[in-house]
Design a protein around this ligand. Structure first.
Ligand code: ADP
Length: 478
């Protein structure tokens, strides 16, 4: 049920429901509150009114000595009128709890044992509202007001008055309030529809315009459509930045692929030229063949080196390929590298020195770490001058080790220094090629150092020399 699922998860529906609940619940509460307090007030007003009238009747009861002789026409007429007005019943009880008058003439001469009556004799008036049967029941004391004496309660009037008329007014009010409630509910629904629409609209607009975005998303395209809410504007901006990042990744990838193809093609082209020219020569002397074959073999070696370097890079790029970390002596490792490279340095009479400030043991991936240091030292030899020097030093503090590879070589121009770690970047392409460079050595070295969560820095002066400093943590952090 995709439609229901979408509807249920729709932001608009949720905002609509929230506004609806927030709007309608108070209206309903208000209605019941108004009705309740109005009802309470009317019952209390009516009770006071009855009490006042009963007080004046109770005075007459004393005047006409009614408690002892309930035959007074005037009082009886008054009682009948009163019970008529309130559509109720009046019972008069004397001090012996005997009913001496009942306007319904049902219980006269009987004894009443109602708690209200007893309480009234004790000086406590009660007013009770029977909600179910809709009548008000109250007691009024009949006071003996003989002058010079303390007033005493000589009888009690027990009055039950119908609350039907109050209910009629209340029902009338309920109808009006219901009408008001319906009107208010319609207004709230309208507000909820408009409000939820106005909140959701910028998001829909944003979705539409993002779908319309082409290859190039400039600031203008972002700001033009997304100005209504700060939040939507921020989302649009993040999208734009994500898109530009993706474009840049794509550009780098394309550049890389075209660089790779170009680099791989160069040795092949040379080989093709060599092969074609020797074939075109017809009867060439055996020495020439040999020379051409040697050249071709060199080109094959070159092709091989590029492929091997690329494979090393690709291996390090794979994030899932876990480094083979083990704790080992970095001093020994560098010694081995130096030993391997010494013959190459010797060819150009370059002095190769390793200076170790202390014994350093670290958690490293032997193969990748060796690759990084070898490339740095190899470069220091390759881009050096005849009779120059290469200084490698190793030091450490409690956390990191520092490897410095300094040389007395040709140096790197300032405007190239930020690019040398890029794949296939070479300051002087033909020179690099001549000495067998692929342009991948420093990219490999940097990747290997980063893999160990380290950093690599370079400083250089043309004609004076170059210094690479690698900082690598002694313990490997996963
Ligand atoms: P390559 O295979 O060409 O040596 P690298 O990635 O190792 O590629 O180095 C990139 C470029 O940086 C080199 O072509 C070279 O121009 C420059 N470079 C690297 N190391 C040094 C150095 N020690 N002295 C001078 N230039 C250097």
């Amino acid at each position: 049920m995709k439609v229901f699922d979408e509807l249920f998860h729709s932001l608009r529906l949720r905002i609509f429901l929230v506004v609806l609940i927030v709007g309608i619940v108070p209206i309903i509460c208000l209605k019941f509150g108004v009705l309740r307090s109005y009802e309470d007030e009317m019952i209390s007003d009516r009770s006071i009114e009855i009490q006042t009238q009963c007080n004046s009747v109770s005075n007459q009861l004393i005047t006409y000595n009614y408690l002892y002789d309930p035959s007074s026409e005037k009082v009886n007429a008054e009682l009948a009128q009163l019970s008529n007005i309130y559509d109720g019943r009046i019972i008069i009880v004397d001090s012996t709890l005997r009913i001496i008058k009942d306007t319904y003439s049902l219980d006269e001469d009987k004894t009443i044992l109602s708690s209200e009556v007893i309480k009234c004799f004790q000086g406590e008036n009660t007013i009770r509202y029977d909600e179910k049967n809709r009548y008000i029941e109250l007691t009024v004391p009949v006071m003996d007001n003989m002058t010079g004496k303390e007033q005493s309660i000589v009888g009690v009037m027990l009055v039950s008055a119908s609350a039907d008329s109050i209910m009629v007014t209340l029902e009338d009010l309920t109808t009006k309030l219901n009408l008001l409630e319906v009107v208010a509910a319609i207004i709230v629904i309208l507000i909820a529809v408009i409000f939820s629409k106005s909140i959701v609209n910028p998001f829909l607009k944003m979705t539409d315009s993002i779908a319309e975005w082409g290859e190039d998303v400039d600031e203008e395209a972002v700001s033009k459509t997304m100005t209504e809410f700060t939040e939507t504007h921020l989302i649009a901006e993040s999208f734009a930045s994500l898109l530009s990042k993706m474009k840049s990744v794509d550009k780098t990838r394309q550049e890389f692929v075209s660089n790779v193809s170009h680099e791989l093609k160069t040795p092949l082209t040379s080989m093709k030229v060599l092969a074609d020219s020797i074939t075109a020569m017809g009867d060439a002397p055996a020495e020439l063949y040999k020379e051409f074959m040697t050249d071709m073999s060199e080109e094959i070696d070159r092709e091989n080196k590029i492929i091997n370097d690329l494979l090393s890079l690709v291996k390090m790029d794979k994030t899932e390929a876990k480094p083979q970390i083990q704790s080992m002596s970095v001093n020994d490792l560098i010694e081995v590298i130096m030993k391997r490279l010494r013959p190459i340095a010797k060819k150009r009479n370059i002095e190769l020195v390793f200076e170790s400030f202390r014994e350093v043991t670290a958690e490293i991936d032997e193969v990748k770490f060796t690759l990084a240091i070898s490339n740095l030292v190899e470069n220091a030899i390759k881009y050096n001058i005849e009779n120059g020097w290469v200084h490698v030093s190793l030091n450490a503090d409690h956390k990191d080790m520092y490897i410095v590879v300094a040389d007395s070589g040709i140096g790197i121009p300032e405007d190239s220094i930020n690019d040398i770690f890029e794949r296939f970047y070479r300051v002087d392409k033909s020179h690099s090629r001549e000495i067998g460079g692929t342009g991948l050595g420093l990219a490999i070295a940097k990747n290997a150092i980063l893999m160990h969560h380290g950093t690599i820095k370079v400083s250089s002066k043309v004609g004076e020399g170059t210094k690479f400093t690698a900082r690598v943590p002694l313990s490997y952090i996963e």
